[in-house]
Design a protein around this ligand. Structure first.
Ligand SMILES: Cc1cc2nc3c(=O)[nH]c(=O)nc-3n(C[C@H](O)[C@H](O)[C@H](O)COP(=O)(O)O)c2cc1C
Length: 173
């Protein structure tokens, strides 16, 4: 397993997966990473739905997202597992808490040698006309709404980590 700084350096979004399922041990490690993430006021309110890549609700969300059109890939790039994070709609910090949990999952995946993709693009579908139906099918707790999802699986293609411009993004006073 990689140390955390190496995982941060090496992680990049994976948009091609093998069909191989995660092992129980890998899934447990990813869920621990999500649940060990800090939350505002230690509310620990983020809920994780573990969805198999073949689950009908994901296919239905994809159909809604694509408006019935064929696309070369679904929104989770055919990953074998998608972790869908929901949070209490009444709690101000749920989006931040979910984002932190999502990155913990992505780094844990990298540490395990797996690929991951953080997914925001279904937000419109999840908050749209059929949002409640999809939230029920994904078994969000009562009063919870979609925050973000993370696809995870074995990398079928690599991608270099992105570069950045510290001069633009950092101000040292
Ligand atoms: C909040 C959030 C939402 C994202 N949503 C999507 C998405 O819906 N689809 C996708 O392909 N990538 C998505 N990404 C991945 C970004 O495009 C990616 O992180 C960015 O291009 C930098 O590339 P890297 O992850 O390889 O460093 C999302 C990332 C974040 C943090």
């Amino acid at each position: 397993m990689k140390d955390v700084l190496q995982a941060i350096k090496d992680r990049s979004s994976t948009r091609a997966y093998t069909p191989e399922k995660l092992t129980d041990g890998e899934l447990t490690t990813l869920l621990q990473a999500a649940l060990q993430a800090p939350t505002a006021a230690n509310r620990q309110e983020i809920h994780v739905t573990v969805a198999d890549g073949g689950s009908p609700v994901l296919a239905e969300i994809q159909r809604e997202l694509a408006g019935g059109k064929d696309t070369p890939h679904n929104f989770y790039y055919e990953a074998p597992t998608v972790l869908v994070l929901s949070g209490d709609s009444a709690f101000h910090w749920s989006a931040v808490d979910a984002g932190i949990a999502a990155e913990n999952i992505a780094l844990a995946a990298e540490g395990l040698g797996l690929g991951s993709l953080i997914i925001g693009c279904i937000r419109g579908v999840m908050t749209g006309e059929r949002g409640e139906e999809f939230s029920k099918a994904l078994r969000f707790p009562e009063g919870y709404v979609y925050q973000v999802a993370v696809a995870v699986g074995r990398k079928a293609a690599g991608k270099e980590p992105h570069t950045y411009d510290a001069a633009k993004n950092v101000t040292v006073l």
